[in-house]
Each structure stands twice: as structure tokens, then as C-alpha cells.
Design a binder for this molecule. Structure first.
Ligand SMILES: NC(=O)c1ccc[n+]([C@@H]2O[C@H](COP(=O)([O-])OP(=O)(O)OC[C@H]3O[C@@H](n4cnc5c(N)ncnc54)[C@H](OP(=O)(O)O)[C@@H]3O)[C@@H](O)[C@H]2O)c1
Length: 262
């Protein structure tokens, strides 16, 4: 695959999105970086410029369909997007006292994690189709492979991202667009400090960034990191529900929305 020159990354102000922005930053590469925090997105833009790339930024909520559509159209006119990484996401789930997620928090998770992917991908597709090429990477999660008792809406959002991407691949293949469905397991980031409980097979941010970039450079349709966690969750999903629930019940956690990276 030829290397992408104009790359849009949503949720580039921290964690994985920022890590991928730095990994792609090089001379002759333009990065379009979005997030909601002006200070953090500007800091990432400054870092990618220091590595020789050019950058433009957008302070946009991915759940705002009209704002995403307008931003993508304007950016694409200046820098025709050849790689979109739809990465922005939030977590949610059981609270420290064991109470279930609220309707408000569940809706926010779906609107941002799944709705935000649609708002990022759908405006880009006709632009790529008109050019006859392009690459779209959807950042899901292994949590989209088998439900976890403590984060139903998050698992639903990531399961939705996975099936959306898997379906889209066939729909756009004839127009020269590649779709990569990315399913990371736990990795160290500002998001994962909020998970209070076991994080089996946790990767470093650097490991997950390198693994995803390698897979995208190869045009892989599916990127699951670490692969063993993907296999285990797929196997758990094949078990009778009572047995799957029993095994998954060993990985219980809660979400502390106030936890900050150390
Ligand atoms: N960390 C893990 O263990 C893990 C595992 C599997 C999958 N993932 C997925 O990987 C992706 C990146 O997660 P991360 O761990 O890097 O988390 P993170 O450090 O919290 O970064 C999340 C990014 O998404 C952006 N974002 C959140 N809500 C947004 C919204 N409404 N509009 C625009 N941008 C928004 C944030 O920007 P602002 O803060 O500026 O709003 C931030 O840049 C997510 O999709 C996540 O679900 C993470």
C-alpha cells in the first residue's frame, strides 16, 4: 500500500489518537487532528510539526454530525483525505458502589463511540469513492467481541463499530476503499486509568500504536491486539451463555470517571 499523505485522526488530543498522530508525523504528511480540548490538541499539533509534518486542527464533538460534515468537507478540499482513523471514544459502566450505568451515560457512550464513527466515516466515503481510493480505520475494542457485565453500553458501542466496519468493507471494496477494523485490548492511556479492576494482557501505548500502524500500513482488514485476547473473547462467545458469563464474571471492574493518569 502507498503511504498515506493526508490523515484525519479523531480523538487525537490524548492516548491512542495522539500516539498515532506522532507515529505518522513526517515530512510531506499532513495531519488533521480533532478533539474537544484546545490546549491538548494544540500541544499534539506542535509535536507533529516538530517531526516535520504539517497539521490542521478542529475542536469538534464527534457526536455533532453537522459540524463533522462541514469540517471534513472543508479539510478534504485543502488536503484530500487518504486515511481516516475514527478513534474518538469514551468509556462508561458500573460505578464504584456497583450501581449500573445511567441512561444519560449509556447514551453518551453510544452517541460518541458509535455515532461519532458514523459522523466521521460517512462524510468521508463519497470523497474517497470519487477519487477511487482511500483507507478507513475504525477503532473498536475487544469489548466488541463478547459482552462484559460492567460496561454494557461500551460493549454495545464497540460491537456496533465492529459490525459496521465488517459490513462496510464489502460495500465499498469495489470503489477502491479499504476498511480496517481495529480491536485493541487494554492499553495504558488516560482512558484505562479509569478502569478499576483486572486488565489482562495490558499493552503499553507504544505497543498498541506500533501494532496498529503496522497493520494499517499492510492494509489489514482486522487488527486485534493482542491477538490472544481476541481469540479468548471469541471463544467465550461460542460457549453456552451460562458458562461464558461464569468465565467473564472473573473479570469484574468498575469505572472511576475522576481517575487521572499519574
Ligand atoms: N485504553 C484502552 O484500554 C482501550 C482499549 C480498547 C479500545 N480503546 C479505544 O481506543 C480509543 C482511544 O482511547 P484512549 O484509551 O486513547 O482514550 P483517551 O486517552 O481518553 O482518548 C480519547 C480521545 O477521544 C477524544 N474524545 C472523546 N470524546 C470525544 C467527543 N465527544 N468528540 C471528540 N473527541 C472526543 C478525546 O478528546 P478530548 O479529551 O479532547 O475530548 C481524546 O482525544 C477509544 O475509541 C477507546 O474506546 C481503548
Amino acid at each position: 500500500m502507498s503511504l498515506p499523505r493526508n490523515i484525519l485522526i479523531t480523538g487525537a488530543s490524548s492516548g491512542l489518537g495522539a500516539g498515532l498522530a506522532l507515529a505518522y508525523a513526517a515530512p510531506n504528511v499532513h495531519l488533521i487532528l480533532t478533539g474537544r480540548d484546545r490546549g491538548r490538541i494544540d500541544a499534539v499539533a506542535a509535536q507533529v510539526r516538530a517531526l516535520g509534518a504539517t497539521a490542521s486542527t478542529g475542536i469538534i464533538d464527534v457526536a455533532d454530525a453537522a459540524a463533522m460534515q462541514n469540517f471534513i468537507a472543508a479539510q478534504d478540499r485543502a488536503h484530500p483525505i487518504d486515511l481516516l482513523i475514527a478513534n474518538a471514544g469514551i468509556t462508561g459502566g458500573t460505578a464504584a458502589d456497583g450501581s449500573l450505568e445511567t441512561l444519560e451515560s449509556a447514551r453518551a457512550v453510544i452517541d460518541i463511540n458509535l455515532g461519532g464513527v458514523l459522523n466521521s466515516v460517512i462524510p468521508v466515503l463519497p470523497l474517497m469513492q470519487a477519487r477511487g481510493h482511500g483507507h478507513v480505520a475504525l477503532i473498536g475494542s475487544v469489548a466488541g467481541l463478547r459482552g462484559l457485565a460492567d460496561s454494557p453500553a461500551y460493549c454495545a458501542s464497540k460491537g456496533g463499530v465492529r459490525l459496521y466496519g465488517e459490513s462496510l468493507r464489502g460495500a465499498v471494496a469495489a470503489s477502491g476503499i479499504k476498511i480496517s477494523v481495529v480491536a485493541p485490548g487494554f492499553f495504558k492511556s488516560p482512558m484505562s486509568v479509569k478502569f478499576k479492576g483486572p486488565q489482562p494482557f495490558r499493552l503499553t501505548l507504544d505497543q498498541v500504536v506500533r501494532g496498529i500502524k503496522r497493520g494499517l500500513d499492510r492494509g489489514q482488514a482486522r487488527i486485534t491486539l493482542p491477538w490472544i485476547l481476541g481469540v479468548l473473547l471469541r471463544m467465550a462467545d461460542l460457549l453456552p451463555p451460562w458458562l461464558g458469563d461464569l468465565i467473564m464474571g472473573r473479570v469484574r471492574f468498575h469505572i472511576d470517571p475522576t481517575a487521572k493518569p499519574r
